[in-house]
Design a protein. Structure first.
Lengths: 478, 226
C-alpha cells in the first residue's frame, strides 16, 4: 500500500470531518474498552499473567537465534518447510513460487497483518492469482479496495449500510430485492459466498499468532473459523510470520493466549485457537498436503538491541488502539500505513523510516492509556518520545518548533534569568488577557486557539508559589 | 549470503551469540524446552472433578455453547437423536472412526443415519470426540486424524462434541500435558483445534453474531461424572 503517513495532518483533518467514519468510530469507544475491563476484572491473576507474558517475550528476544533454529528443525521434522525472507519482496517471491509450483489460481487468506505489510494481495493479483480474504471484515474491505483500519477489526470504520451497498454491487448472483438491512443477513450472505471459495482455493495463506519452538507448531487465533478453514481445505498451507512470533513452549503460548483474548476483544478465550504442525499425516483424512512457513524479518532484527526492542513483544491485540483518544478521533486510515494507533506510531517509523512517519509519534496526548492496557507492558509513550528526539536530531520538525525550543532551552539553562523573565512577563500577559482573562489569539499558536481559548496567567509564577508553600510547610513543622 | 544467514547473523551479532555447546544462552533455551516452566495458573479451574465439570459447563454456556450431561456412553445416541428432533434437523450425523464414538449403540436409533469419514461441507450435523475439556474457559481440545477429522469441527451447521468427564482439566497447561503423554514430548497431531463456543463475528458495527464461517451451534455432551 502507498504510505500516506507523511500527510497525517491532512488525513486526520479529513477524518474528523467524515460523518460516516465518526459514527462508526463510536463503536470502538463504546465496545472494546468496556469488554476488556470486564474480562480483566473477572481474572484476579491478570496482572501476574501480564508480567509473565512480558518476561516470556523478553526471554525470547534474548535467545531469538536459538529458538528460531529449534523451531525450524521441528517444522522440518514434522514434514514442513521453512523459508527465510529478509524483505517484503523476498517473501512475496517465495509465496509466488509456491503458488506457481502448485498451479494456483485462487488463494484464500486468513486474517494477517503481515501480508498487509508485504502488500501481498496486489502482488498476487498482478501475477494472475486471485487472493480471497475470508475474515468477514477483511472480505468487506477487499470488496471496497481498502486496507484495514484496525488490526483486529479491519472494517470498524464502516457502517452496515455501506456494507449493504457493497454486497449489492458485488454479489450479483442474488435477487436484487433481497432484504439486507440486518447484520445477520449480511453475515449469512458472506458465509454462503465464501464457503465455496474455501473449496475452490488451491492454496491457503494464514498469519501466525505464535510459532512454538518446542513442537514446530504455528498457532492462529480466530473467532469466525475462517483462518481454520483456510488452512484445512486447500492442498497447500502457507504460514507467513515475522521472526519475533516464536515462543519456546506450548505452555508459554498458553500464558500469552490468556492475556491476548482478554486484551483484544474482552473474551475469556477466542473461539478457535488452532495449532498446526506440518502437512497431513498418513492417518489424516483431511488437511493440507504441503505446509510452508515463511519467516520474515522486514526490519525486525534491526530493532533488536535498540531502544525500540520492547516493541517486538507486541502480540497485535489492538488494546492500545482501542484505548487511544487520537485513534478514537481520526480512525486507522489517517495513520497512513498498516499499523495504526500507538503501536503504529512506534513501529511505523522503525519499519518505513522516521522521515516518512515522523508525524505519527507526535499524534499523541501522552495520556498513557496505551501503556496501561498493553498486555506486554510495552512502554509506548516512552518510545514515541524517542522518535520525537530522533525527529528533532534530524531536523525533521518545522522551523518554528525547532527555533522556539532552542529559544526556550537558552532560557531554561539560565534559571535566574528565566525566573526574572517569567516574574516580569506574568503581569504583562495578565493584562493582555483582558477582563475575561483568556487569549483568543496567539502568535505561532493559531492551531491551538482556533478551537479553544488559552487561559491567561493570573497572580504569581510557579516558583513564587513553591517558595511560599515551602515556607508554610516549614512553619507548620517548626 | 542467504536470507537465513543474513537474518541470523544480525540477530547473533546483537546478542553476542557463540557456537559453544555450553553457551549459557543455549543451555537456558534447551532447559526451557525440555522442562517447560508452568507459568501463572489461574486459581479458578483448580478444583476437584465435580467442581471442574460444573465450571466447564458454566464457562462453555457463557461462550454460547449448549451442554448436557449423560451418565454413560450408551446414552449418547438417544440424546443426540433428541437434539436433532428438538432443532428440526434431519436424522443424519457424520463422525470419524473414534472407537469411543463407534462403540455407542447407534443402531438403537433406527431412524438415525450415521456416516463415517471427513466432511465435504454438505453435512448439517457432525459428532466429534474431544481429547479434553478445559474448565477454566469452557474450552474443548480436538486432535486431528482419522478418528476425528478436522473438517468435522469446522464445516457443519451444528457441531456436537462428546467429552469424557474425567478428561476435563482445570487449565490449558494440564491439557498440554495430556497431549504430550498421548503423542510424545515435542510431537503434535497435525491439527489441534482448541474451541470455545460456536463461530462468531463482530465485524459489522461490532454487533456480535453467531455462525460466521464455522458452526452456528456447538453442543457438548459430557459423559460420566456427577
Amino acid at each position: 500500500m502507498q504510505i500516506t503517513s507523511p500527510t497525517f495532518k491532512a488525513n486526520a483533518h479529513e477524518a474528523l470531518h467524515d460523518a460516516q467514519l465518526q459514527r462508526a468510530l463510536g463503536n470502538v469507544r463504546s465496545g472494546f474498552i468496556h469488554k476488556r475491563a470486564k474480562a480483566v476484572g473477572a481474572l484476579p491473576e491478570f496482572e501476574e499473567l501480564r508480567d509473565n507474558a512480558k518476561a516470556i517475550k523478553d526471554h525470547v528476544l534474548e535467545h531469538l537465534d536459538i529458538y528460531l533454529e529449534t523451531y525450524e528443525k521441528k517444522v522440518e521434522d514434522a514434514g514442513g518447510k521453512v523459508h527465510w525472507a529478509e524483505t517484503a519482496a523476498e517473501a512475496r517471491g517465495i509465496i509466488l513460487d509456491i503458488c506457481r509450483m502448485n498451479n494456483a489460481r485462487t488463494v484464500t487468506k486468513g486474517k494477517s497483518m503481515l501480508t498487509e505489510e508485504i502488500e501481498l494481495n496486489d502482488f498476487l493479483e498482478a501475477s494472475g492469482i486471485q487472493p480471497v480474504e475470508t475474515d468477514l471484515g477483511e472480505y468487506i474491505i477487499q470488496l471496497r479496495g481498502e486496507h484495514p483500519s484496525h488490526i483486529i477489526a479491519p472494517a470498524v470504520h464502516l457502517n452496515k449500510d455501506q456494507v449493504e451497498q457493497d454486497f449489492r454491487r458485488v454479489h450479483t448472483e442474488f435477487a436484487q430485492d433481497r432484504d439486507l438491512t440486518e447484520p445477520e443477513q449480511l453475515l449469512s450472505e458472506a458465509r454462503q459466498v465464501l464457503r465455496q471459495k474455501y473449496f475452490d482455493a488451491d492454496v491457503g495463506i494464514t498469519g501466525a499468532n505464535f510459532l512454538v519452538a518446542e513442537t514446530g507448531t504455528s498457532i492462529i487465533v480466530t473467532n469466525e473459523g475462517n483462518g481454520d478453514l483456510t488452512q484445512t481445505l486447500p492442498r497447500v498451507h502457507i504460514v507467513v510470520a515475522s521472526i519475533e512470533k516464536v515462543v519456546p513452549t506450548l505452555d508459554d503460548a498458553a500464558q500469552i493466549l490468556r492475556v491476548l483474548a482478554r486484551s483484544a476483544t474482552g473474551q475469556e478465550a477466542s473461539v478457535y485457537t488452532t495449532l498446526s504442525t506440518g502437512p497431513r499425516r498418513d492417518n489424516d483424512p483431511d488437511g493440507p498436503e504441503e505446509y510452508h512457513v515463511i519467516l520474515l524479518d522486514n526490519g525486525r532484527s534491526a530493532m533488536l538491541g535498540t531502544e525500540f526492542q520492547d516493541a517486538l513483544r507486541c502480540i497485535r491485540c489492538g488494546a492500545c488502539i482501542n484505548h487511544c483518544p487520537v485513534y478514537h478521533a481520526v480512525g486507522g486510515h489517517a495513520y497512513g500505513w498498516v499499523y495504526p494507533g500507538p503501536i503504529g506510531a512506534v513501529v511505523t517509523p522503525s519499519l518505513v523510516g522516521v522521515d516518512k512517519a515522523g508525524h505519527l509519534p507526535n499524534a499523541s496526548t501522552f495520556c498513557g492509556r496505551c501503556e496501561s492496557v498493553c498486555p506486554m507492558r510495552i512502554p509506548l509513550p516512552k518510545m514515541m518520545r524517542h522518535w520525537r528526539e530522533k525527529e528533532f536530531e534530524r531536523g525533521l520538525n518545522p522551523a518554528v518548533a525547532r527555533y522556539g525550543l532552542k529559544f526556550w532551552l537558552w532560557f531554561a539553562k539560565r534559571p535566574r534569568l528565566y525566573r526574572l523573565a517569567t516574574y516580569l512577563a506574568m503581569p504583562v500577559m495578565g493584562l493582555f488577557g483582558g477582563h475575561k482573562r483568556r487569549f483568543r489569539f496567539l502568535p505561532f499558536a493559531g492551531g491551538w486557539v482556533r478551537y479553544r481559548d488559552l487561559p491567561a496567567p493570573e497572580g504569581r509564577t510557579f516558583m513564587q508559589q513553591w517558595r511560599d508553600r515551602q515556607t508554610i510547610n516549614q512553619d507548620a513543622r517548626g | 549470503m542467504s536470507g537465513r544467514d543474513a537474518i541470523m547473523n544480525r540477530i547473533r551479532n546483537v546478542l553476542n551469540a557463540t557456537d559453544a555447546e555450553d553457551d549459557p544462552r543455549r543451555v537456558a533455551a534447551s532447559a526451557r524446552i525440555d522442562f517447560p516452566p508452568r507459568g501463572v495458573i489461574p486459581a479458578r479451574g483448580q478444583l476437584g472433578l465435580d467442581g471442574r465439570i460444573k465450571l466447564f459447563k458454566k464457562m462453555a454456556e457463557t461462550a454460547a455453547a449448549t451442554v448436557e450431561k449423560v451418565s454413560g456412553p450408551g446414552e449418547v445416541p438417544k440424546r443426540l437423536a433428541a437434539y436433532l428432533r428438538k432443532h428440526n434437523l434431519g436424522a443424519k450425523l457424520r463422525m470419524g472412526s473414534d472407537k469411543r464414538l463407534r462403540s455407542m449403540p447407534w443402531a438403537e436409533e433406527r431412524a438415525l443415519q450415521v456416516a463415517i469419514g471427513p466432511s465435504d461441507g454438505s453435512d448439517e450435523v457432525t459428532v466429534s470426540h474431544a481429547l479434553a475439556g478445559i474448565a477454566e474457559t469452557g474450552t474443548l481440545a480436538l486432535a486431528s486424524g482419522r478418528d476425528n477429522p478436522t473438517t468435522l469441527n469446522l464445516l457443519p451447521e451444528h457441531h456436537i462434541v462428546v467429552v469424557n468427564a474425567k478428561d476435563i482439566t482445570g487449565d490449558m497447561e494440564t491439557m498440554l500435558d495430556m497431549l504430550r503423554e498421548r503423542f510424545g514430548k515435542g510431537v503434535m497431531p497435525r491439527t489441534l483445534n482448541v474451541i470455545t463456543g460456536p463461530s462468531r463475528s463482530a465485524d459489522i458495527e461490532q454487533t456480535l453474531l453467531l455462525g460466521a464461517h464455522g458452526p452456528r451451534a456447538l453442543h457438548i455432551v459430557i459423559v460420566g461424572g456427577k
